[in-house]
Design a protein around this ligand. Structure first.
Ligand code: IMP
Length: 188
C-alpha cells in the first residue's frame, strides 16, 4: 500500500503552475491550429502520461481534429528507463492520409520514442506526415536523438509529477507540475 495519504505529499518545489501550463497549452493549440488548418489532423497520445495534456491541447486547437491513444511500456516501478519498449495498445483505426501529431508528456532519455518506432510505424501506415509534440523536454538526460517539433517547456534534471505525470501511479491529478522530493525516491 502507498504511504502517500494527501495529494500534495511528497511534492517539493512547484516547477510550473496551473496558470503557466494553461497559458502555454493555449499557445501550442494556436500554433497547431495555424499549422494544420485545412488538413486532416489526428493527435495520438501516448498513455497514460499524455492524457491530461492531450485533453487540454485538443480544446486549445480550434480546427477539426480526431484523437487516439497508443500505450507503450518503458518505465517500471523505478524512475529509470528499463530500455525495453513494447507496444501495449495500438491505434483503433486506419491513419492513411492523416497528419499525425504524437503527443507525449515528457521526453527524457528519448528511448520511448526511439525504441517504439512510433513515427516510422505511422509513416509505414501511410500517414501523410508525423510530428512530435511534447509538453516537457529534459534535454540534459537525453541518450538518443529525438526530434521534438512542438515543445511546451524545457526543464532541468528533476523527476517531476502532476498534470498527467506520475510516480508509481500517483500524482497524475495534480493541476500543476512539481518536483518529487528526493526522499520519496529513496524510500522505495
Ligand atoms: P524516455 O523514454 O526516457 O524519454 O521517457 C519517457 C517517459 O518516461 C515519459 O513518457 C514518462 O512516462 C516517463 N518519465 C520520464 N521522466 C519523467 C519524470 O520526470 N516524471 C514522470 N515520468 C517521467
Amino acid at each position: 500500500m502507498s504511504a502517500v495519504t494527501k495529494l500534495h505529499d511528497g511534492v517539493g518545489e512547484v516547477l510550473l503552475t496551473e496558470e503557466q501550463i494553461q497559458a502555454r497549452v493555449r499557445e501550442m493549440g494556436e500554433q497547431l491550429s495555424r499549422d494544420y488548418e485545412g488538413k486532416s489532423l489526428l493527435m495520438v497520445g501516448i498513455l497514460k502520461g499524455s492524457a491530461v495534456f492531450l485533453s487540454d491541447l485538443i480544446r486549445a486547437t480550434k480546427i477539426p481534429l480526431d484523437y487516439d491513444f497508443v500505450a507503450v511500456s518503458s518505465y517500471g516501478a523505478d524512475t529509470r528507463s528499463s530500455g525495453v519498449v513494447r507496444l501495449l495498445k495500438d491505434l483503433d483505426a486506419s491513419i492513411e492520409g492523416q497528419h499525425v501529431v504524437i503527443v507525449e508528456d515528457i521526453v527524457d532519455t528519448g528511448w520511448t520514442l526511439r525504441l517504439s518506432y512510433l513515427s516510422e510505424n505511422m509513416l509505414s501506415r501511410r500517414a501523410a506526415s508525423v510530428k512530435v509534440c511534447a509538453l516537457l523536454d529534459k534535454p540534459c538526460r537525453r541518450r538518443v536523438d529525438v526530434g521534438i517539433d512542438y515543445c511546451g517547456f524545457v526543464i532541468e534534471d528533476h523527476f517531476v509529477v502532476g498534470y498527467g505525470l506520475d510516480y508509481k501511479g500517483l500524482y497524475r491529478n495534480l493541476p500543476y507540475i512539481g518536483v518529487l522530493r528526493p526522499e520519496i525516491h529513496a524510500r522505495q
